[in-house]
Structures are given as C-alpha cells and as structure tokens.
Design a protein around this ligand. Structure first.
Ligand SMILES: *Cc1c(COP(=O)(O)O)cnc(C)c1O
Length: 434
C-alpha cells in the first residue's frame, strides 16, 4: 500500500487526479495476463538478438568511429552480420547513410527493379510517402520515370487477400511484390507474419522467381517470427522506429537474399563499390545498443497501445485494434468524432514528454494534407515514432494515431495524461470510469 501511495503521489505531482489514476490502475489490473504473454515474446526476441550478437562476435572494437571511405569498417560489417543473423537473412545493409524508412524502401525498389519491370502491391495502397517513390503521384526520380510500372490489388472488404485478382495481376513483367506489414495510417488490418507467409507462398506458386519484399516498419519484434522466416525475400525498415530501440539517431536497414541486398548496396553507394564503403562515423554503437534494447522497447510500446485501447474502449470510443485483439504492429488508433477531444488527447501526450513538455501542440496546415494536422511528440530523436507520439488530421472521424513509448511507465503516464486533459474538459463520460 505504501508503494502505491508513493506512486500515486508522483502521479499527482505530475498532474494526474485521483479519479484518472484509479481508472488507470483498474484498467492495468485487468491486463496482467496479456502483459505476461507479451513478456514471453520479448524474452524470445531478446535471446534472438543476443544470440545474433554472440554469433557475429561483437567486440569492443566494433564501437570505434570510422571516417573517410570507411574501408574495412569492422563495426559496420559486424552490425550487418548481426542484423542478418537476427532476421534470418543471407545478408543485410544497415547504414546511417539511409536517411529514413522511405529512403530504405525507395532504395530497395529502385535497385531491384529495371526499366520494363512491373511492381505489384497485392495488399492495397502503400504508405503515403511511397506514392511519390512509385510515381502514383508524379515525382522526380520515381519508378515511373524509369519506365517501371505499378499495379495494385486491394484487399477484400473483410481484409482478406483477393487471390483471384492477384493471380490475374501477375504477368511476366512482375518482378517484385511489395507487402506492407503495418496498416500504417490506413484502416485495413495489419498483417500478421503468418498471413504474410500465406501471401508469399501464393505469389511464389504463381511466379516462383517473384521477389517478395516486406515493408517491415513498425513490425519488428512484435511477434516471435519475422517475415524472412516465412518465405519473404527482403525486409526493409527504419532505425528510428522499432529496431533502433530509441537510441539510433538515424538510419535504415534492408535484410534478406544476398542478391537483393547487394543490388541495394550498389545503388546506395556506387556500382563497383557497394557495401565496401560508407564510414559509420560515431553512430554505430547506438545501433548496437538500440538493437539490443529494441525487444524491450517494443514491449513497452505494445503495452502502451493495449493500455490505451482498453482505457478508451471502456470510455466508449472506437479503437483500432480493439482492446482484446492480437497485435502485429505498435500503432493504436482512437476515434473521437470530436476535434476538441483529439486536440486534448495530443496535448496530454505532449505534456507527458521528457522533452518539450511545456509546449502546446496546435493544429497546423501541412504540405500534402487537405486538412490541418495536430502532432504531439517530445522526443530525443526528431520524428522518432518509437518514442511516444500522436498525430491525426483535424477532420472527421477525428481519429488520433498514436504509437511508441521507450518505457512502459512513460507510455502509461502519457495515456493517463491524455485522459486527464479530456477529463478536465468534460470530454469523457465520467460515469464509465467506475
Ligand atoms: C514510417 C513508415 C514508412 C516510412 O518511413 P519514414 O521513416 O517516415 O520515411 C513506410 N512504411 C510504413 C508502414 C511506415 O510505418
């Protein structure tokens, strides 16, 4: 009891009232079994990372900063061996010179496709920023400019794969299929690794040499298996999301078939140079440490997402995924149907941050959006969405997407603070808290 009092006092000092605290405690109590199951996935993934680091013989020399061309960069080469082992890949490219997730995906596509090839997305519209990469939205340097065409097959209304249309869409020009694991900010369900395996098996049955690439953003370490273990050829992601563990200050990765990774390396640097150049400067140690912590950090983010789903579901809001379903990525959507409620939510997330907690997020016009957008993030790494963050467009249905949390207790506090703001403005039905 005295522990609880001490904890509650800390919450009170940070602005959480007794009622919100009690509702949070009651909600957390109900999630014990869920959280235990998550911890077992994390334990499995922690051991997987550890095994990969031991196998690759990570040593103190790996943490030396290199500069210039970066020939024989032991830290860089060993880290790539660690990623390959961890994700069951033949090879990996893990570089600070890959500036973000979109860059990593563009690199994978632009290096593995040639003029005349066709790209297929069998899972509907890809992540927004890929529209420019593909050329769905005309853009300089897009695949379309190089004469690489694109075809898309949407998921069926119930979220399942449209196998018939996918079969019909595969032609002799179809070189690569891009499969986005996370729903991102769309409303379709996120794909489990098992479902990705089914889709890959089907694609290979139609065309054995098709390259199956998975946009793995937000998915790493959520499950015990990763897409390469169920037949995918290439996975691609960002280091300021899950696998960077919140410590990597920049970077992206590709892992998979040797040839796919090599193609990407020759495009990232230069034909003839490939993986041999690219100094790691001073950031490589944070890549190792971030990967080492990533399973635990993803665990914290998942607990936060599940906690938020249960809090807001109980209060009568639509939440996606819902409070009880299995998770395949770290994103949580809450639909408020009320602009003031979504703004209050974001203000709470911001007020709970370790950095910039004193600033107030306001809705803002953003390039590429047809309505104002509100964003809350008080992160150590700019734009890092493995850190607790929330955003959404100010238009019906007034949904907020929120993700991340480097520690579970920070994620929990952020969600309680979001509720505190709604509570203070009478934007929740307080009767539902009892
Ligand atoms: C974040 C994300 C991207 C793009 O990554 P950036 O680092 O923002 O460029 C691509 N696909 C998915 C599914 C993502 O979540």
């Amino acid at each position: 009891m005295s522990h609880n009092n001490a904890i509650q006092q800390q919450y009170e000092r940070l602005g959480i009232c007794k009622e919100v605290y009690a509702f949070g405690a009651k909600t957390e109590e109900k999630l014990k079994a869920r959280f235990d199951a998550l911890d077992r996935v994390t334990e499995c993934n922690q051991l997987k990372v550890l095994h990969a680091m031991q196998q690759a013989k990570v040593s103190a020399e790996c943490f030396q900063a290199t500069n210039g061309y970066g020939y024989n960069d032991l830290g860089r080469d060993t880290l790539e061996a660690v990623y390959a082992a961890c994700f069951c890949a033949e090879d990996a490219l893990v570089r600070p010179q890959i500036t973000c997730g979109t860059h990593a995906l563009a690199l994978a596509l632009l290096s593995n496709l040639r003029p005349g090839d066709e790209l297929l997305s069998p899972v509907g519209k890809p992540y927004d920023t890929l529209e420019s990469v593909i050329g769905i939205r005309p853009a300089k340097g897009s695949l379309a400019e190089y004469g690489i065409t694109y075809r898309q097959v949407d998921l069926l209304p119930d979220g399942s794969f449209d196998y018939e249309k996918i079969r019909a869409a595969v032609t002799k020009r179809t070189k690569l299929a891009t499969i986005q694991r996370s729903k991102g900010y769309a409303t379709r369900p996120t794909l489990s690794v098992a479902r990705i395996g089914e889709l890959v098996a089907f694609l290979k049955s139609v065309k054995p040499d098709i390259i199956c690439m998975v946009d793995n953003c937000y998915g790493e370490f959520v499950e015990e298996k990763e897409p390469l273990e169920v037949g995918a050829d290439l996975i691609v992601g960002s280091l300021i999301k899950n696998p960077g563990g919140g410590l990597a200050p920049i970077g992206g990765y590709l892992a998979g078939k040797k040839e796919c990774v090599e193609n990407a390396a020759y495009r990232l640097t230069s034909p003839g140079l490939g993986k041999e150049v690219g100094a790691s400067l001073g950031v490589i140690q944070s890549f190792y440490q971030g990967l080492f912590l990533a399973p635990t950090v993803v665990n914290a983010a998942l607990k936060g997402a599940i906690f938020a789903a249960n809090i807001y579901e109980t209060l009568g809001f639509d939440v996606l995924p819902n409070g009880s379903e299995d998770r395949h990525d770290i994103i949580q959507a809450v639909t408020f149907h009320n602009p003031n409620a979504m703004i209050a939510f974001c203000k709470g997330i911001q007020a709970a941050a370790p950095v910039d907690s004193y600033v107030t997020p306001e809705p803002w016009a953003m390039p590429g959006y047809d309505s104002e957008v509100i964003m809350a993030a008080g992160a150590f790494v700019q734009g890092s969405s493995i850190e607790l963050s929330a955003d959404g467009p100010i238009k019906p249905p007034h949904a907020v997407y929120f993700q991340g949390g480097l520690t579970w207790h920070h994620a929990k506090f952020g969600i309680l603070m979001s509720l505190q703001k709604l509570y203070e403005q009478n934007l929740v039905n307080k009767d539902l808290m009892w």
